[in-house]
Design a protein around this ligand. Structure first.
Ligand code: HEC
Length: 132
């Protein structure tokens, strides 16, 4: 059983591909982030209510076993597009990951299509995952 779980994690690791060509440049991304209201809770470099986008990128560029288990074989971009749409589901992922300082984050409210379209959201997440 343990072996099966480990094999799953290793296979998932091979499929993880967080860095794809960014469809947005920094200026385009910044415009979308402001328009959709993401910057109320996030910044690029520093934790605010939610994690810094650079911390999010690092999380998926070098995923821990906890994060691989969480992704269940999904690509980070696909998982994150859904997650940002629905917001934090408290039962599933309240404080599932802590900041570097060990502080638990709050909850992300849902971000509906009236705030950001499917295409823009996917471009934005793809961009966020390229940050260093
Ligand atoms: C009301 C505050 C708030 C708003 C608005 C918000 N977020 Fe968040 N976000 C959070 C919090 C808090 C977390 C950490 C808790 C969690 O991961 O569920 C988070 C987590 C995230 C993560 C990491 C999720 C993970 O599972 O690794 C990403 C990516 C993200 N937000 C992107 C966005 C984008 C893009 C927008 C705008 C469309 C946005 N957020 C709007 C509060 C917010």
């Amino acid at each position: 059983m343990k072996k099966i779980v480990l094999t799953g994690i290793v296979l998932a690791a091979f499929n993880i591909n967080p860095v794809q060509a960014a469809p947005l440049d920094a200026a385009g991304a910044s415009k979308l982030l402001s328009k959709a209201g993401c910057m109320t809770c996030h910044t690029t470099d520093k934790d605010k209510i939610g994690p810094a986008y650079k911390e999010v990128a690092a999380r998926y560029a070098n995923p821990s076993p906890e994060i691989l288990a969480y992704l269940k074989g999904e690509q980070p971009v696909d998982y994150l597009v859904k997650k940002v749409r629905t917001g934090t589901k408290p039962k599933l992922n309240k404080n599932w990951v802590k900041s570097k300082a060990g502080k638990a984050y709050g909850l992300m409210t849902p971000n509906p299509p009236s705030k950001i379209s499917d295409a823009d959201l996917k471009d934005l997440i793809t961009y966020i995952l390229t940050l260093k």
